[in-house]
Structure formats: structure tokens, C-alpha cells
Design a protein around this ligand. Structure first.
Ligand code: PLP
Length: 407
């Protein structure tokens, strides 16, 4: 029995079976590389699902977390800490408009906070998009469209209306004077990296505001440099004009792997909660805030937004060169591709055998969300290995036409 097999057995004996059997048991990481319990090395092109922005074992993140823990590790929200205040100020300045922040520990919790915030408008209806994913807690699940996730847990909080993603006319028809908020991902991550037409977010803003509703953008997956812009709604390839959301939710990459989330609301929306309306024990924890500040500092100091943009287009061009890939989408290092055949699970397995971690969000789509510190040599290796990975997975050539990505 290998070490991996032994750990996998113990996993099944002790952990709830919510994720199925683990694909690997990982023991350490460095940069964009990880090692399993049997000492095999992999290039991590998933990055903890868009979380490990600085990769693994980044010295600046380690230093920030260690020094903060040695200084002040946790306090209750009866008190304030310097990292929490600094991080809120930094996020507001990146957003570029007056705003207030509520910190949480995850993306679902950031969305729960935002969901509750929208109720403070005095309205209850929320318009959301098909294919959208917003988390697994009861409120976030109510906003998530996937039937398989929702059905076992109904009834969920109500007054949620679904419209097709990217369809401006459908949004126009659904939003009315009862609508508290329109909730949209700038790019749908869990759906397989799907971007709407570039005029969708500006139109969503106009439609929401015409009816006195809030525009709420879920940037849990797309935010904090992932697409090559600080926020996807600021990315010139993704939006045709300026977008000023009323609410932005963040999590995943924000603290590079230390649990954190943020619900940011601009203007008057940032003042909708009164004392006692919402709370959390860990949210805004000094260690998590210090980690997030280290991530933001490193993205700036190391020019990672440009790096992400350059590497992302290299990867997309390389992947699109194979005719068994029918479409490549995304921006920066959030990349989705369609396979000519629904063999995404086989591709994940073949990639793993070849030493690469990739993800299959749907049966015919592959998603990559590697660390923002991925190197050119990691990309060279992956693109060189890619055709053989498709061979090993038995993916055939498409009979249809090959199309380029939209961003
Ligand atoms: C991952 C994700 C969430 C949920 O975040 P958790 O930290 O898993 O609760 C919400 N929205 C989007 C867009 C996500 O990608």
C-alpha cells in the first residue's frame, strides 16, 4: 500500500463524504509546485481553486502571517486592529470610490452578508443569473442556480428570480420596483469560465439603477488580480464601459490561502447595516488581514497584474492551437476551455499522471486558475505536455469549427 492509499483510507474513515474520494493527498508546496504523500511533484494549475494567489510557501506571506501572529493574533470585534482598518482602506482605494467593508471568513459568508445588506433596502427580491455560483450556505445556495446543489436542501430563502446569463433583455424584463438587487459574476467561474458580452455589466448597472435596485457583483473568484485587473469589472477586455457596483464580494485569492472574505458596499449602501444587524467572530481577524495586505503588496511590488496578463494569453494561445480544444475563454489566469468531446474527467486524470493539476467544472470543460506567480517555465512545460495529455485522455478531434476566446 502506498502512503497515498493509506491516507485516503483514513480520510474515508474520518471525514464526511462531501467531496468524493480525494484525487491526491498533498504534503507540501513551493511556488506553483506541490508534492504528494508519495513524493511525486505536480505543477498546481488550480491554485486551491483561485486561492493561492502567491503560490505555496511565499516568503512575504509567511513573514506577514508569522509577524502578525507574534504581535496580535485575534481579538473580538468589540475591538479594532490596525491590519483590519488598513486592509479595508486599501480595498476601498482599489475600488476607486467611497465604500465600507464587512470582513468574513469565506466567499459564501461574504455573499450572506451582502444578501442581508440587500434586505435593508426594504425590498426582498434578488435577480440572479443561471449558471451562477455563490456558495453553499443556505442564503448563498438560494442565489446559486445548480439544481443538484439546491434540491436536497429546499425550501431555501425565497424571492430569488433567475435569468439567463448575459441576456440584457431578460434582465430588463425581470428587474422591477420590488427588486432589491441584481447579482452577477463578471465571469462565471464554476460554470467553466464564461464571460458575458462586454456591454452586459454596464447594462445591468443601468437597469438596476433605473428601478432603484443595487448592482451586486460577486468577484469572489475573479477579484484581486486574477484576471489581470484588480477587479474583473474594471478589466477593459471584459467591460465596454465604466461599472460602479453598489456591492462587491471578495474571498478566494484575497489572503492567498488564509481564510477571508469581504463584502464591500459603495456610497449609501455601505451604511445600510446598523449596529447589531450582522456579525462574525473571526471576520477581520488580524492574521487574515495581514495576509491579505501581503498579497496586495506583492501583486503591486512584483508587477503581477502585467505578469498575469502576459502568461494568460500565452496559455490561451497555446491551448487553442490544438484542434481538440474547441474554445478557450477567460482573462488573465482564469482560463476555461471546451473539449471536442465530454472527456474532462479523463483529461484531469491524464494531466495528473503527467504531473499537472487542472480542474473539470463540467463534463466538457477544463478550468485553470493557477497561482499568479506561475513562471514561464511552468507554462512551457504544460503547453509541451498538453497534446500528450489529450492523447492519453482519448479526446478526439472536433468536427465543428474552431473558435477563438472572447477575452
Ligand atoms: C467559490 C465561490 C464562492 C463561495 O466561496 P466559499 O469560500 O467556497 O464559500 C462564491 N462565489 C463565487 C463566484 C465563487 O467562485
Amino acid at each position: 500500500m502506498t502512503a497515498t492509499q493509506a491516507w485516503t483510507e483514513r480520510y474515508a474513515g474520518a471525514l464526511m463524504n462531501t467531496f468524493g474520494p480525494p484525487k491526491l493527498v498533498l504534503t507540501r508546496g513551493d511556488g506553483a509546485h506541490v508534492w504528494d504523500a508519495d513524493g511525486r511533484e505536480y505543477v498546481d494549475l488550480l491554485g486551491g481553486i483561485a486561492v493561492n494567489a502567491l503560490g505555496h510557501n511565499h516568503p512575504r506571506l509567511t513573514k506577514a502571517v508569522t509577524e502578525q501572529l507574534q504581535t496580535l493574533g485575534h481579538i473580538s470585534n468589540f475591538f479594532a486592529s490596525e491590519p483590519q482598518i488598513e486592509l479595508a482602506e486599501r480595498l476601498v482605494s482599489l475600488l476607486g470610490t467611497e465604500a465600507h467593508v464587512f470582513f468574513t471568513n469565506s466567499g459564501a459568508e461574504a455573499n450572506e452578508a451582502a444578501f442581508k445588506l440587500t434586505r435593508r433596502t426594504g425590498r426582498t427580491k434578488v435577480v440572479v443569473t443561471e449558471g451562477g455560483f455563490h456558495g453553499r450556505t443556505m442564503g448563498a445556495l438560494a442565489l446559486t442556480s445548480k439544481l443538484a446543489y439546491r434540491e436536497p436542501f429546499e425550501p431555501l430563502p425565497g424571492d430569488v428570480v433567475f435569468v439567463p446569463y448575459g441576456d440584457i433583455a431578460a434582465l430588463d424584463a425581470a428587474v422591477d420596483e420590488r427588486t432589491a438587487a441584481v447579482l452577477v459574476e463578471p465571469v462565471q467561474g464554476e460554470a467553466g469560465v464564461v464571460a458575458p458580452p462586454t456591454d452586459y455589466l454596464p447594462a445591468a448597472q443601468r437597469i438596476a439603477h433605473e428601478h432603484g435596485a443595487l448592482l451586486w457583483l460577486d468577484e469572489v473568484q475573479t477579484g484581486v488580480g486574477r484576471t489581470g485587473a484588480w477587479f474583473a469589472h474594471q478589466h477593459p477586455d471584459l467591460v465596454s464601459g465604466p461599472v460602479t457596483p453598489d456591492i462587491v464580494t471578495l474571498a478566494k485569492g484575497l489572503a492567498g490561502g488564509i481564510p477571508i472574505g469581504a463584502c464591500i458596499a459603495t456610497g449609501g449602501s455601505g451604511k445600510l447595516f446598523d449596529p447589531g444587524n450582522h456579525g462574525t467572530t473571526f471576520g477581520g481577524n488580524p492574521v487574515a488581514a495581514a495576509a491579505a495586505l501581503a498579497v496586495l503588496d506583492t501583486i503591486t511590488a512584483d508587477g503581477l497584474l502585467d505578469h498575469v496578463t502576459r502568461l494568460g494569453s500565452r496559455i490561451r494561445d497555446g491551448l487553442a492551437a490544438d484542434r481538440r480544444v474547441t474554445e478557450v475563454r477567460g482573462a488573465g489566469l482564469l482560463i476555461g476551455l471546451d473539449l471536442a468531446e465530454a472527456k474532462a474527467a479523463d483529461v484531469v486524470a491524464a494531466a495528473q499522471d503527467a504531473g499537472y493539476i487542472v480542474n473539470a467544472p463540467t463534463p466538457d470543460r477544463i478550468r485553470l486558475a493557477p497561482p499568479l506567480v506561475l513562471t514561464d517555465s511552468d507554462v512551457d512545460g504544460f503547453l509541451a505536455a498538453w497534446p500528450a495529455i489529450l492523447d492519453a485522455a482519448g479526446v478526439g478531434v472536433s468536427t465543428g469549427s474552431t473558435t477563438e476566446g472572447d477575452a
